[in-house]
Design a protein around this ligand. Structure first.
Ligand SMILES: Cc1cc2nc3c(=O)[nH]c(=O)nc-3n(C[C@H](O)[C@H](O)[C@H](O)COP(=O)(O)OP(=O)(O)OC[C@H]3O[C@@H](n4cnc5c(N)ncnc54)[C@H](O)[C@@H]3O)c2cc1C
Length: 448
């Protein structure tokens, strides 16, 4: 690879992470800088979370915490107020609106920048990388040579649900692109998974006049908690590092204090997670994942208060039933679908008769991923699995580590594939920091 690359950086993935990185690169780059952002869906500045048309799909984070810019905390809130004057710090805007915000901010930044960002609708299916640059292989058969590539791939696809061949038409493997028309009212639906994705599907069903019965099946049968009516600031304490036990003791005491709310306690952990997580070391991290992961997730991923009220009413009316257990199989039963699961803590099996099952199980670990590009990179030895099989391994700057654990210096990433290294690496407040840091490595001070 000796030719000068036509682009300084290729961003693979045009969702929120790719867009935040593009904004930071454009802000820093000198005139003449050239960037390209590639997205297989061509849905730039929205990605999976912010492309939804449903008004019931609202942000899971209050407006005051959703700024795209780490150095302007209230940037999104100020933008939102121009469109909705009544919006406040605790507003939960429709996610589609957040996509509008990102899209507008990207265009505005492009307008002011001396550098150029090209957008291409293309899937990157493979790439080669060495110290001179990266050659991207696109689904069109074209190859694109760039100096650096930053992978902003979002969550890796979930592991497909296993279903007998005659049952497959009644199973949606992706909640984001329904494989068939939405089910008619009166039919019953099984959502496999009980996280925010499953709740999105539930809200979409309700918006279409579907009133249940709905079943949710997850290992622990726990639903995400809801935000309180007012967002309280994180605690002004430095949490103990290095060991879980003293950390848990401080958190318990803080949550049990008279009049205390557990939410700011959890938010304090989130705010300090990037220092806490590495301080725990392998063994304590493993213990946390084994014993506390699910509890952490249902407290940390919270739904808007209104969504919390809707879920309660679905549960109280019996429209929604939540089951704890493991799905064993999906098989056809006449015109319906028989879902067999093993209830948590038992050796027996139970069955549910439904009309449709939807895979809402969340991202697969790297090894089982169906992601074409990640598989190609694993085969080439250009990347290696992240700690605990979570995402991909990176160094502290976001450089991807190869099979031998070395950073080649031309392949980078941000967002949820860094989960194993950072633990908290999915929400905008985490990603905007990563985007700013990564841009400072790709366009160092003085180069802009
Ligand atoms: C339902 C839902 C709601 C959420 N709500 C919030 C919220 O309220 N607040 C918050 O802070 N966070 C929220 N999140 C977290 C969310 O993950 C981040 O905010 C953010 O959207 C992540 O964006 P991303 O670009 O990393 O991933 P994605 O949105 O998944 O974007 C990745 C993009 O990369 C493209 N792509 C992937 N592979 C390739 C390839 N090989 N070639 C070309 N293109 C490729 C995909 O087409 C996709 O467009 C939510 C997440 C979900 C799923």
């Amino acid at each position: 690879m000796t030719r000068a690359p036509p682009f300084d950086v290729a961003i693979v993935g045009g969702g929120a992470s790719g867009t935040l990185l593009a904004i930071q690169l454009l802000r820093r780059a000198a005139p003449g800088g050239r960037f390209v952002m590639l997205d297989r869906a061509g849905d730039f500045a929205r990605g999976i979370a912010y492309r939804t048309e449903e008004s019931s799909h609202v942000l899971n984070v209050p407006a005051a915490r959703m700024s795209a810019l780490a150095d302007e905390e209230e940037h999104f809130l100020a933008w939102l107020r121009q469109h909705e004057p009544a919006a406040g710090r605790d507003s939960y805007a429709p996610r589609r609106r957040y996509g509008d915000y990102l899209s507008e901010l990207l265009s505005e930044t492009e307008g002011r920048a001396g550098a150029v960002l090209e957008r291409r609708t293309a899937e990157v299916r493979d790439l080669e990388a060495d110290a001179a640059g990266v050659r991207l292989h696109l689904d069109s058969g074209e190859a694109l040579f760039v100096r650096h590539a930053a992978l902003a791939l979002g969550n890796l696809p979930p592991i497909p649900l296993e279903a007998s061949p005659d049952a497959r038409t009644r199973v949606w493997q992706s909640p984001w692109s329904p494989d068939a028309a939405w089910p008619a009212p009166g039919t019953s639906v099984l959502l496999v998974g009980a996280g925010l994705t499953a709740i999105d599907v539930l809200l979409s069903l309700a918006a279409r006049g579907h009133a249940g019965p709905w079943h949710m099946l997850s290992r622990h049968g726990l639903l995400p908690n809801a935000h309180g009516p007012r967002t309280l600031p994180p605690l002004a304490v430095e949490l103990p590092r290095g060991r879980l036990r003293p950390l848990v003791r401080v958190l318990r005491e803080a949550s049990a204090a008279p009049g205390a709310d557990w939410r700011p306690v959890i938010d304090t952990v989130r705010q300090q997670a990037h220092a806490l997580w590495p301080s725990l070391g392998d063994e304590e991290q493993r213990r946390f994942i084994r014993h506390a992961r699910t509890l952490w997730e249902v407290h940390r991923h919270r739904v808007a208060p209104e969504v919390g009220r809707q879920l309660q009413s679905f549960l109280q009316s019996g429209q929604l039933q939540v089951h704890a257990g493991r799905l064993r199989r999906l098989a056809s039963a006449g015109a319906r679908l028989e879902a067999t699961f093993q209830p948590r803590g038992t050796a027996r099996e139970e069955t549910l008769l439904v009309d449709l099952a939807v895979n809402c199980t969340g991202p697969a670990s790297h090894a089982a991923t169906a992601d074409v590009l990640v598989n190609a990179l694993l085969r080439r030895g250009l990347v290696r699995p992240g700690p605990f099989q979570l995402g991909l391994a990176t160094d502290s700057r976001g450089a991807l580590l190869d099979a031998r654990g070395r950073a080649g210096g031309t392949l980078w990433t941000l967002g949820s594939v860094r989960r194993g290294q950072l633990w908290e690496s999915t929400a905008i407040p985490d990603i905007r920091m990563q985007a700013a840091e990564l841009a400072s490595h790709l366009v160092p001070p003085g180069a802009g």
